[in-house]
Write a protein that binds this ligand. Structure first.
Ligand SMILES: [Zn+2]
Ligand SMILES: [Zn+2]
Length: 157
């Protein structure tokens, strides 16, 4: 089995070389996306990450960024934060932590104080579901939305 594999490799050196170049380019792109994401705490959207990565890899496509973000999420190397009605946001910090979301603009920030995750009620029953875990989320209004709101109110008065 092992011998057959080695033989196969040596039979197509050019194809393998090309493939490994492609793999290393993909790995580089993915590493850069991850590094950019880990350098911020803004929980950016895919479009924002695309803009960040493009400064260093001007020819990278939005599709490549999307694909890599999906892959990194599937591999649990980054977090994907999804809320109905808002664009997905991504988080390079995969440690257990909670988030607060602005109900106006969808902006997300980390909640730094530790909040215990509630235990699932005993004999919890939801039809058609096996409930595995719970998550705490906070909602509010971010500072810039609050100021915009106050300014708008001021204009009316
Ligand atoms: Zn806001
Ligand atoms: Zn976070």
């Amino acid at each position: 089995m092992l011998d057959a594999g080695l033989e196969n490799n040596s039979e197509q050196p050019q194809v393998n070389q090309q493939a490994s170049r492609q793999v290393s380019r993909m790995t580089r792109q993915r590493a850069l996306i991850m590094a950019e994401l880990r350098s911020v705490t803004s929980h950016p959207t895919a479009d924002e990450i695309y803009a960040m990565v493009r400064r260093k890899l001007p020819r990278i496509s939005l599709g490549t960024v999307y694909r890599n973000l999906d892959l990194l999420t599937d591999n649990n190397e980054i977090l994907c934060l999804e809320y109905a009605g808002f664009q997905k946001r991504f988080d390079g910090n995969v440690n257990d932590h909670q988030h607060v979301r602005c109900m106006h603009c969808g902006r997300v920030a980390d909640v730094t104080l530790e909040v215990p995750t509630p235990e699932l009620p005993k004999n919890m029953y939801v039809p058609d579901f096996t409930v595995l875990c719970a998550r705490v989320e906070f909602f509010g209004v971010c500072e810039s939305c609050r100021q915009a709101e106050m300014a708008a109110r001021h204009e009316c008065a």
